[in-house]
Write a new protein. Structure first.
Length: 256
């Protein structure tokens, strides 16, 4: 009768350049060591978690590198160089509309207020998307005035139902989600957070608006004032700036 022989290969996997000295290789398996007493063996080998292809977006004849992803209303959306796609959990791809990414190498910055998704291609173009009106490029005259500032519109973030947008100079807001789904602009609803440095982008951490400059980061809280709803939190300035727009990550109620 044949029987299984236990081979103690669950520990000490390594590969040395000197093969005669050691050539133990654990390929596509993960060694897991038992953490308790009474186990029948001191470890086991498990397969590496893998990935499967969910969907393929249509070939648009351009660079199909993805420019950004976002979940909105329990649907998954992706921006590539030219289009906005909706991808279902079953892998069904729907082309929503065209996106102008110009020649920029910067990634899309996307957020939503529950009713509207806002998309910014930094310095190129910005869009609203909702299930009623579809994908629409923002051409509001007040928005265009801010687009004309240095750097154009560079980022967007949602805080307390408001969209906050940035240029290299200003932060400006659109209406609360309860007013036209957050898609209305007011000429005086803005501020300039820095005097001696560029504004790199806006973000959100711990439910508050963060203005990230090249040398410092300032924190703003919502006081529902008019025409701009946010005021700076005294003493909350961080003496460290942001080197580039993509260097911001909102994670675990904090940021990096």
């Amino acid at each position: 009768m044949s029987r299984m022989v236990r081979v103690p290969i669950d520990l000490g996997f390594y590969q040395s350049p000197s093969l005669p000295f050691a050539a133990q290789v654990c390929q596509d398996l993960i060694p897991v060591v038992s953490q308790g007493e009474g186990s029948s063996s001191r470890g086991a080998l498990f397969s590496v978690p893998g990935v499967t292809l969910l969907a393929t977006t249509p070939d648009n004849g351009q660079d199909q590198s993805f420019w950004g992803f976002h979940e909105f209303s329990n649907e998954f959306y992706a921006v590539d160089r030219g289009y906005l796609f909706k991808i279902s959990s079953a892998g069904l791809v729907t082309t929503i509309g065209t996106i102008n990414t110009g020649t920029t190498t910067e990634r899309a910055i996307i957020d939503d207020n529950g009713e509207t998704m806002a998309i910014v291609i930094p310095g190129v173009a910005s869009y609203f998307y909702d299930t009623t009106n579809g994908l629409v490029q923002i051409t509001d005259s007040i928005f265009k005035d801010f687009e004309a500032e240095a750097g154009g519109v560079t980022s967007v973030v949602e805080v307390d139902g408001y969209f906050l947008w940035s240029t290299n100079v200003s932060i400006f807001q659109s209406s609360s989600v309860v007013t036209n789904m957050g898609q209305t602009f007011a000429a005086l609803a803005f501020l300039q957070p820095f005097l001696k440095e560029d504004l790199i982008r806006v973000g959100k951490a711990r439910g508050q608006l963060m203005a990230m400059g090249s040398n410092t980061i300032k924190t703003f809280r919502n006081v529902a004032s008019e025409p701009f709803a946010f005021v700076e939190v005294a003493g909350a300035t961080i003496e460290k700036g942001l080197a580039f727009r993509g260097g911001w990550i909102d994670f675990d109620n904090s940021f990096f």
